[in-house]
Design a protein. Sequence first.
Length: 104
Amino acid sequence: MRAENRKIILIMSSAIVIGVVPWVLLLFGKTKNSVHWLGEIGFQYWGWFLVFCLAGYAFKKTLGLKNVSKILKVAVGVVSLIILGWSLLWALLVIAGLVISTIV
């Protein structure tokens, strides 16, 4: 069971690293050059889907486990819901940006 807990925490931490950290780094002028790869691989357009899948999988897996502490269930549930919301907002902004750019 501990291996399953570690797997869920690893998935959640990877969702946070992939979905949040690059955007936080872009806020600071000194670190903008270190994340220039975001534009080269099109991360702004497809990254939300990866984050959505990781957070959704962790949420589903955590709720399906029976012998997991309630603290872990609540923590992973809250964090995964926040990340799911972030990925959906990200998708909405991508779609709105594409619609606006085609209209203008």
